[in-house]
Design a protein. Sequence first.
Length: 299
Amino acid sequence: MNFQNALLELQNDKLLLFAIPLFLVSAAIEYVFAKEKHPNLYNRKDFWVSISMGVFSSIVEFLPKILAFIAFLFLHEFSPLKDIIQRQWWAWILLFFLDDFSYYWFHRLNHEVRLFWAGHVPHHSSIHMNFGTALRQGVGERIHKFIFWLWLPLLGFDPLMIFTMISLNLLYQFFVHTELVKKLPNWYEAIFNTPSHHRVHHASNIRYLDCNHAGVLIIWDKIFGTFSEELDIEKPVYGLTVNIETYNPLKVASHEYAAIWSDVKRASKLSDKLRYIFKAPGWSHDGEDKRAKTLRKNS
């Protein structure tokens, strides 16, 4: 195992590269279908910010992805299960559930730890819900993302299997970013993440804040108490609780880091400085507590 072999192996992870044309064609089709009945579904400037975020996040992810792949190779070498877990059909099914479980906690902590939220918030900064928004990926989250998958090579799954499953999960998630699909059959809504569930996740309504972190399976949110159903009586309002109102990609990518730094500087106690970094967004040492759970409790 060496750096060169790791790079050669990583070159086989091409699924998302092939998916890019599919994403762009799907966004074009959605735009055409929505143009008459939903003329405000797309905003040109907003769409190009989303494309910029997608490109920017891919660039930032390049080095962490290589380092993660090497770490996965290293950990896989030490796994006592590496000769048992090969690429059997049942291993892929097991990996599907374990990968989705990893994604749930990665995504949930991106909302509940402010430093992580700063890296994820660009994805939530659009006030539109469409396939373009799916491409508006968080930039800073690319740095810490793969930490949540480090346990899988220790269970015997090889790195390329893990990276392939991560890509398949993201491919599925692209298609839940739409307003054109209302509700799917009840059995499907009960098990899987759907456009309805994900509209809740992108909403800034107090009822919906920090809910439905699912990748493919909504069951994790139901098990761990973060599920909220989309209600006809309360239409999701997309965007942030306080929108940043800018189309500057650099500001979209960095504004929450700047806000954290500002809060850290004005706090006098070290403990408060650390809380601004590691507590959930909305915590304040000298003002109103605007964390999602607190707002819901008081509403």
